[in-house]
Ligand binder design. Structure first.
Ligand SMILES: [Zn+2]
Length: 274
């Protein structure tokens, strides 16, 4: 069944990259997930769909002819984890609040607002055979299975986080427990570069895991928090197919937003819709 909110949910705070404060209000709806910039006169709602993706530089940004929203993947991940298929999301700024860098505070706000079922089904992403995609050392696959799982392999040249692998059996309970508290992350050595490029302006030790030269600068919430956050992002990005994910074994090695979106488009193109 499709699902929406039974009353509005509100989350406020500064955005991760822009550092600009915004209040995000999730309202009941019945025409998918849309983002409306209420701070822009004449802005029209932007559909949460892979075809709206405008950029994937350190986040997934969406736009239409009237407006753009930045870094929507954590909010989308929380919506998808709770099975919310329909919500009119209003924002009075360009970017969702980074909150604690994860999706748990979104989950909390959405659950508090309450959910309700809609009398319709979300169309299925109908994958009947194994689909693969790779680019250099990055690879993805999805194949029919008994249940929906996401497996991610994270590899990095930094010795502290050289290899992390995690599999999520996708249920709201598992997501909330194993994934929702995993924060975004950055490497101490790249912070200056990010700030110089106008990114991570809202990032700090309260909302991001910072990997230093030979130690983590802040305390971890999970020993393998980085790969868990990569799954959080992947869940948000793949929700942009706008389809219900059937039981699939989904794997990803070394991917990020750019390739998540390419893979989402490939999955959509391979959905055997009848
Ligand atoms: Zn993220």
């Amino acid at each position: 069944m499709r699902k929406t909110l039974s009353s509005p949910a509100v989350v406020s705070g500064v955005g991760l990259h822009t550092g600009v404060p915004a209040t995000m209000t999730f309202k009941p709806a019945d025409n998918g997930i849309t983002f409306l910039r209420t701070d822009i006169a004449g802005a029209k709602p932007i559909a949460a769909h892979v075809n709206s993706v405008s950029s994937t530089l350190r986040g997934t940004n969406l736009k239409n002819e009237t407006a753009e929203v930045w870094t929507v993947e954590h909010a989308l991940s929380a919506l998808h984890a709770l099975g919310i298929t329909d919500a009119a999301v209003e924002m009075d700024g360009p970017e969702p609040p980074v909150t604690d860098g994860a999706s748990d505070l979104y989950i909390e706000a959405l659950q508090k607002a309450g959910l309700k079922e809609l009398p319709a089904e979300q169309p299925l992403l109908n994958i009947k055979q194994k689909i693969t995609y790779s680019s250099g050392n990055i690879s993805y696959s999805a194949e029919p299975a008994d249940k929906l799982t996401f497996t991610f392999l994270f590899l990095h040249k930094h010795p502290l986080v050289s290899r992390q692998e995690f599999t999520l059996e996708f249920t709201p309970e598992n997501y909330i427990k194993e994934i929702s508290r995993a924060r975004t992350f950055g490497f101490e050595e790249e912070l200056a570069f990010l700030k110089a490029h106008g990114l991570a302006k809202g990032g700090n030790l309260e909302n991001a895991v910072i990997v230093g030269k030979d130690k983590f600068i802040n305390e971890l919430r999970y020993p393998d928090e980085l790969v868990r956050h990569k799954i959080l992002d992947l869940v948000g990005d793949l929700s942009l197919t706008g389809r219900k994910l059937p039981p699939l074994k989904i794997t990803c090695a070394c991917g990020g937003h750019k390739h998540n979106i390419i893979f989402a488009k490939i999955l959509l193109a391979n959905s055997e819709d009848k």
